[in-house]
Design a binder for this molecule. Structure first.
Ligand code: BTN
Length: 323
């Protein structure tokens, strides 16, 4: 018997007798009792109510590929090749492997419940505890050569911010180039990786999105962070709904970007700029100035004390507010 099937039955958080669970899953009551013990070992809180049965006390938000596909519009669902994995090193790495093996689906998507080697920008690790957050990667194809990449990573930030606001998150901000922010700290991040040039001017990229959903505590995160659950405890966040909203937003954004380029997103990005008007330093303090948004290529603009506006190129530069 699959543990997932038992969790699905208990996920309504009502009391279920051992007998009815056994009947529905076609196993013995002893098997149910053993699986309930396994659930407890895996960190779920299950109450045993004498004479009545079992009741799941802890929150469950299981990822389910069918549920996600059902939430997509039929045209989009038909284009998507979606796999949900229990655990993987990195969803970005898995999409890259799939594509390298010759998967020719238009939109390969991998979502995982946990990542053992989640990748962040600038070679950092991305903490990816099981069952807590969204770890999602999509493979996309663009025409325009490598030069489109800087702008691309910015537009996906706008897409994710809009998707989360559509589900009830309040005023999602962006920290250049594409960190997703709420007032309490970083809510998510985006890692765009290049697969390579398929033919001249045609590039395949993998966009990997991590959003903190239920996480309430985390070790080894080196900056202030927040999750949707912490920021908006009154909303019952569902990773399946978030995944569907993000897939829809990213695929729409990719089409508009292909047709109209980065310019179509400049204003939308700028409205969310958390650095606007702040004293910012770049490259360990070498360059300082007031944040003034982005130019038409996605470079960040800083106004120095001398009044000069200096563009900072997207890529491997880190910026922070001067404290
Ligand atoms: C950042 O450093 O802000 C980018 C973080 C990107 C994390 C996501 S989680 C899903 C995908 N798989 C990875 O290994 N990384 C990205």
């Amino acid at each position: 018997m699959k543990l997932k099937a038992l969790v699905a039955l208990l996920s309504d958080r009502k009391v279920h007798s051992g007998e009815s669970l056994a009947q529905q899953l076609g196993v013995s009551r002893t098997a149910i009792w053993k699986q309930v013990r396994r659930l407890t070992d895996e960190g779920f809180e299950v109450a045993r109510i004498r004479g009545r049965g079992y009741q799941l006390v802890s929150r469950v938000d299981l990822l389910d590929s069918t549920m996600i596909a059902d939430l997509l519009e039929p045209d989009l669902a038909a284009e998507v090749h979606l796999r949900v994995l229990g655990e993987v090193d990195s969803t970005n790495a898995e999409v890259l492997r799939q594509v390298a093996k010759g998967c020719d689906h238009k939109l390969p998507i991998i979502i995982a419940d946990a990542q053992t080697a989640g990748r962040g920008r600038r070679g950092r690790a991305w903490q990816s505890p099981r069952g807590e957050n969204l770890y999602l990667s999509m493979g996309l194809v663009f025409h325009g050569g490598f030069s489109i990449l800087d702008g691309l990573s910015l537009v996906f930030g706008v897409a994710v911010a809009e998707a989360l606001e559509g589900l009830g998150a309040p005023e999602v901000g962006l920290k250049w180039p594409n960190d997703i922010f709420l007032p309490g700290g970083k809510l998510g991040g985006i890692l765009v990786e290049l697969q390579g040039e398929l033919q001249e001017g045609v590039v395949r990229v993998v966009v990997g999105i991590g959003v903190n959903v239920h996480m309430l505590s985390a070790d080894d995160v080196d900056q202030p962070w927040i999750s949707l659950g912490k920021a908006c405890a009154d909303i019952e966040w569902s990773r399946n709904q978030i995944a569907a909203a993000v897939i829809r937003a990213v695929s729409e954004t990719a089409s508009v970007f292909s047709r109209e380029g980065f310019g179509a997103f400049q204003e939308a990005w700028q409205k969310r700029d958390i650095y606007c008007g702040q004293q910012i330093q770049v490259r360990g303090g070498e360059l300082q100035g007031i944040g003034c948004g982005i130019d038409s290529s996605g470079n960040y603009l800083l106004k120095t004390a001398e009044g000069e506006v200096v563009p900072v190129r997207a890529g491997e530069i880190s910026m922070r507010v001067v404290s």
